[in-house]
Design a protein. Structure first.
Length: 124
């Protein structure tokens, strides 16, 4: 995700404010940035699956409820924060600042994998 972000942002620097009337008029960055979502999409279900697998069956419903609530809160809060950052520092810098949560996700996934591996080893 970070590599795509670092590749696409320099491509977006020299984009003019010209009207885009067809797909061919859009800058290459407009096609690269959505790839970040495609790369991030498989992570979320895997994390949820690992969490639910570590819990007893009677706790699955309550954990699923927590997952839904905090997903909605995180998505909404993230959108609001991103909007404020865009307003404060501009779009280019706001996208570069998104590298911090991407890095935090990588670090968190490292520790999550480590914890889930130790739980699997204890249960085996």
């Amino acid at each position: 995700m970070a590599v795509v972000m670092l590749l696409s942002l320099p491509l977006a620097e020299n984009v003019t404010g010209a009207e885009i009337t067809s797909w061919s008029d859009a800058p290459l960055a407009a096609f690269l940035i959505p790839l970040i979502g495609l790369m991030m999409a498989p992570i979320y279900p895997v994390i949820n699956s690992v969490m639910l697998s570590a819990l007893p069956n009677e706790q699955h419903a309550s954990m699923t409820g927590l997952i839904v609530v905090f997903s909605a809160l995180g998505g909404t809060t993230g959108s609001i924060v991103t909007g404020f950052i865009f307003d404060a520092v501009g779009g280019q810098q706001a996208f570069y600042l998104s590298l911090f949560p991407i890095s935090a996700l990588v670090v968190t996934l490292f520790f999550f994998r480590r914890a889930s591996s130790s739980l699997t080893a204890k249960g085996a």
